[in-house]
Write a protein that binds this ligand. Structure first.
Ligand code: FAD
Ligand code: 2HG
Ligand code: ZN
Length: 519
């Protein structure tokens, strides 16, 4: 048995870690790579011809002149079509709008002034952070004015004792993590898009990511928030108190509201202590039920140091090895598990993890594995998991789904979808955050294919509803999923949502055609 775990550990030292992974200090930088040009993406208004533009005003020269007065200086009021292209198209190149105006406020006052004008003029707007959203929420559907938080990137304060960070909404998550790391703290959220996504975008989508298992959702970590309402009113909920039960917790409404209620301009976030010791294990197992057995044992044995439990199926791993030329540190298996531990005592954690893996190997639950404690090796393993989304884009068009399901039904959906789509697609992959009950199912084809789309939807949503899952676990509804909201939410809940929307945004200028279904 000693031999088994020995080979497990030696393997990690023998591996050639050829990748240069940590760029700009970020775990993974999402590059704005160009597999196909953004112009290849069909206009959303063409792909969805039944959708009608709302009764909003069109931007005039007088509007542009007014915005130039509010936002003086270069690069703040953009009308040049070539510069607008990237802002009009989403990261997965599924959606493309035709906005003719991009605004870049720097301050809350700027934001307030431009929203006031938009509201008075009845101009529809779409808030945009890093534009890494995966449901078409961050780009216009028709010609909405794009309001980017790119220039709202100031860190306001960090209280190193309480761990409370205050910043503007346009700060890039990776930059914030680098900043708080210098003070022995960490951001309570981590995701593959951290090199591009903004904290405001994270809040607006209530992003989950790789650390949710450990630090919980943003609903708990966000202590305060400032937002500008559509009429320009500044909603100040910038509390930095851990406990504050004075009245309704209004800020919570903005977390996950996908830019439909107002624009988040500032946040106060509780940052946990940065773990001193991090270990990552990458394991091969022979079935999905084994993944679940290992998860159960992991929770039991590594409880207080467990910080992530992720899985990939063999096809997901191949996305990395085939499309991104990543190398796997272990032999081929039907399923892979990534376990991360984060603690304060490396000797203690390593011993605990090693002992645990030893027992998993001995019982036959785990067939092969490697453990990494060194940063570059840890990163190499994380890349196999974090970069699946990027790798899929190399296949062409990606049909992306993000669902919550009871763990026992988790992988059945992937198998059924594979049977259903057969050789009409390049591949169907299943991977995700097992620890949070969140499956990512993606299928790819060389280009968008209506027949494939009609085979997937509404089949997938009916399947999820049958098991009382959620059709959007962490990415939101955005443009692409809003019409399916009733698969996961009751009529009464959606009615309340619509009423709330009516209170905050009576003219409906905030991110129209997103999140809420048409009547
Ligand atoms: P955008 O894409 O710009 O916007 C997203 C939505 O928020 C839009 O509806 C937009 O209108 C709204 N919005 C943006 N900023 C504001 C604001 N200041 N105020 C109000 N509304 C605003 N998501 C996860 O949950 N977990 C993951 O693990 C994860 N991994 C990802 C990995 C990759 C490689 C990529 C490309 C995306 C991933 N995502 C993940 C999806 C995405 O939701 C997150 O990347 C992120 O939260 C979006 O932030 P953003 O700044 O890019 O927002
Ligand atoms: C992840 O967990 C992201 O990697 C992206 O949420 C998932 O692309 C996807 O389907
Ligand atoms: Zn995810």
């Amino acid at each position: 048995m000693d031999k088994v775990i020995c080979s497990l550990l030696i393997r990690s030292n023998r591996m050639k870690w050829t990748e240069s992974i940590v760029k700009n200090g970020y775990k993974t930088c999402v590059k704005r790579f160009h597999i196909s040009s953004r112009r290849d993406t069909e206009l959303t208004s063409v792909r969805y011809p039944k959708l009608k533009r709302g009764n909003y005003s069109k931007v005039t020269d007088a509007d542009v002149a007014m915005f130039e007065r509010i936002l003086p200086g270069a690069e703040r009021v953009i009308t040049e079509p070539s510069e607008l292209e990237g802002y009009n198209t989403d990261w997965i190149k599924n959606c493309r709008g035709a906005s003719q105006l991009l605004l870049k406020p720097k301050t809350t006052d700027d934001m307030s002034a431009i929203l006031k004008v938009c509201n008075e003029r009845n101009l529809a707007v779409v808030p945009q952070g890093g534009n890494t959203g995966l449901v078409g929420g961050s780009v216009p559907v028709f010609d909405e004015v794009i309001i980017s938080t790119q220039q709202m990137n100031e860190i306001i304060s960090l209280d190193t004792l309480s761990g409370i960070l205050m910043c503007q909404a346009g700060c890039i998550l990776g930059n914030l993590d680098n900043y708080v790391s210098e003070h022995n703290l960490t951001m309570p959220i981590d995701l593959g898009a951290k090199g591009s996504c903004h904290i405001g975008g994270n809040l607006a989508t209530n992003a989950g990511g790789l650390r949710l298992l450990r630090y919980g959702s943003l609903h708990g970590s966000v202590l305060g928030l400032e937002a500008v309402l559509p009429d320009g009113e500044v909603l100040d909920c910038m509390s930095s108190l851990r406990k504050d039960n004075t009245g309704y917790d209004v800020k919570q409404l903005f977390i996950g509201s996908e830019g439909t209620l107002g624009i988040i301009t500032k946040a106060a976030i509780l940052c946990p202590q940065k773990p001193q010791a991090v270990n990552v294990a990458f394991l091969g197992v022979d079935s999905f039920s084994r993944v679940l057995e290992v998860f159960k044992e992991t929770k039991k044995n590594l409880a207080e140091i467990l910080s992530a439990f992720e899985f990939l199926d063999a096809e997901s791993l191949r996305v990395g090895t085939d499309n991104l030329k990543l190398t796997s540190p272990i032999s081929d298996h039907p399923f892979y598990v990534l376990i991360e531990t984060s603690g304060s005592n490396s000797a203690h954690d390593e011993e605990k993890l090693t002992k645990f893996l030893e027992s998993m190997m001995e019982s036959g639950k785990v067939l092969d594995g490697t453990v990494a404690a060194e940063n570059s090796k840890i990163q190499h393993i994380w890349n196999l998991r974090e970069r699946v989304a990027e790798g899929l884009m190399h296949d062409g068009y990606c049909y992306k789904y993000d669902v919550s399901l009871p763990l026992e039904n988790f992988y059945g959906l992937v198998s059924d979808m594979r049977d259903r789509l057969g050789d009409k697609v390049t591949r169907v992959v299943g991977y995700g955050h097992v620890g949070d009950g969140n499956l990512h199912l993606n299928a790819t084809t060389p280009e968008y294919n209506t027949e494939v789309m009609e085979l997937i939807e509404p089949f997938i949503y009916d399947w999820v509803a049958k098991y009382r899952g959620s059709i959007s676990a962490e990415h939101g509804l955005g443009f692409k999923k809003r019409q399916f909201i009733y698969h996961s939410k009751s009529r009464s809940a959606v009615t309340v949502m619509k009423n709330i929307k009516g209170i905050f945004d009576p003219k409906g200028i905030m991110n129209p055609y997103k999140t809420l279904p048409d009547d």
